[in-house]
Design a protein. Structure first.
Length: 441
């Protein structure tokens, strides 16, 4: 049995487990090839080839008087792989060729993916590691067809697979999806489940169909969510469980004992979609409840990260100056009994007296009752244990445990915009000289 594996970054651990299982003496399958996202260099080379091909077709169309504004057919000896692809007109091609530093997709700025590196280290030949920009590319589809795989496996692939791909593997394509489908279909199921404060999620092993994550379910298991776990940790845990499910089902699928017709159809009435995450999702709004802010920090951990705008008091002038910080780890603190958020297990109530730094002797309730300066909504407080407490919209506090500072106004993608270091809240407090901090209005 030949098995094709495709991936995204997190799937390196899935591939590792599959390769180990394939090497077992009693294994009846091999991993024939892996599909990885292209590196920046590969992306450039393929884009240049595509543009050169498009320019040639455009020139040919102009010479014969035919229109080139619509589509072009790729030439292939096998009509199964004939496809239509959009053409750029000559003017756009000329503009793009004049750019010395074309803007690449974010992923293409990096080197080979973890899966590609693993495949290389395990001795895969160059033609066994496929790196298409799109799964619709005729050359890619022909390469898959020539492999004649019995089964394809995807894990967080991150792109839509065309029907031309899905028709190739003998037993179909299995996908590990980290949610209890049909809930949280789409590219960010773990992130959106954490953001929504879910206490339970799960992993689904499904047959892939043309509609996004809508295929019938072969196996599914629930996963309780720890109230403080963050997205990278939960994602890894989910895919480890998904790999176990996959290895359990492989013998039945590869023998033909279980097919897509035996899987359980999803209930479309229960379907929800986990939209792609963007930078704007990482912005903390302290007008929301402390629990909502805590859940957002957990959900956005890794990328894009959570960031907050604060005002710090200038020691000399007394003016409030803006700073931006990245919030890495938090917990919810109730300011008084009965004001806990929706998940009591995640909340710690601190004593009303003696919890502040040495210079602070007033209770949190007294602190909050003071009138904040104009243009602010509340003052942050420091605890004797080095925590930074942020007043939130529900009256509870968000305790910042780990953070990183970013210079105000620097929000670009350049390396200089990245935080210079990661700090505990105490280190951050000491670094600003324990000056007063406020939440902007």
């Amino acid at each position: 049995m030949r098995l094709l594996f495709s991936h995204c970054q997190v799937a390196a651990l899935v591939l590792q487990e599959l390769l180990q299982a394939a090497a077992a003496p009693d294994s009846n399958f091999e991993v024939a090839a892996v599909v990885s996202r292209p590196s920046g260099r590969q992306w450039l080379e393929q884009e240049r080839e595509r543009q050169a091909s498009a320019a040639t077709v455009t020139a040919g169309g102009a010479a014969t008087g035919t229109s080139t504004a619509g589509t072009s057919s790729a030439v292939n000896s096998d009509p199964k792989f004939s496809t239509q692809m959009p053409l750029l007109d000559a003017h756009i091609l000329q503009q793009q060729n004049q750019k010395q530093h074309p803007r690449l997709p974010n992923w293409s700025r990096h080197g080979p993916s973890a899966v590609e590196q693993l495949a290389r280290s395990r001795g895969f030949a160059a033609d066994g590691i496929l790196c298409p920009v799109s799964a619709k590319e005729p050359d890619f589809l022909e390469a898959i067809w020539r492999l004649k795989p019995d089964l394809a496996v995807t894990a967080a692939y991150g792109g839509m697979l065309p029907q031309a791909f899905l028709d190739i593997p003998k037993y179909g394509t299995l996908n590990i999806h980290p949610s209890l489908l049909p809930r949280y279909r789409g590219p960010a199921p773990v992130t959106r489940a954490l953001q929504d404060g879910c206490s339970v999620s799960g992993v689904s092993l499904v047959f892939t169909v043309l509609q996004c994550d809508a295929g019938p379910i072969l196996e599914q298991t629930q996963v309780p969510i720890d109230p403080d776990i963050q997205a990278p940790e939960l994602t890894e845990h989910m895919f480890k469980l998904g790999t176990q499910m996959l290895l359990h089902q492989l013998p039945r699928v590869l023998s033909g004992a279980v097919t897509i017709r035996d899987a359980v159809p999803q209930d479309e009435a229960l379907a929800s979609y986990a939209h792609k995450v963007g930078k704007v999702d990482g912005l903390l709004d302290f007008r929301q409840s402390a629990q909502n802010c805590h859940d957002r920090v957990r959900a956005m951990a890794g990328w894009p990260g959570s960031r907050a705008s604060l005002l710090v008091e200038n020691k000399t002038t007394g003016l409030l100056e803006p700073i931006e910080v990245r919030v890495l780890r938090t917990r919810v603190v109730a300011t008084s009994p009965g004001r806990a958020g929706p998940k009591p297990a995640a909340i710690s109530t601190i004593p009303m007296l003696g919890c502040m730094a040495a210079a602070d002797t007033m209770s949190i309730s007294s602190k909050l009752s003071g009138q904040p300066p104009a243009g602010t909504r509340g003052q942050l407080m420091y605890t004797s244990t080095g925590e930074l407490l942020v007043p939130c919209g529900d009256g509870n506090m968000l305790s910042i445990l780990e953070m990183a500072r970013r210079r105000a106004g620097n929000t670009g993608d350049s390396p200089s915009s990245a935080p210079r270091s990661y700090l505990t809240a105490k280190e951050f407090i000491d670094g600003i000289g324990k000056r007063r901090l406020f939440v902007p209005a």
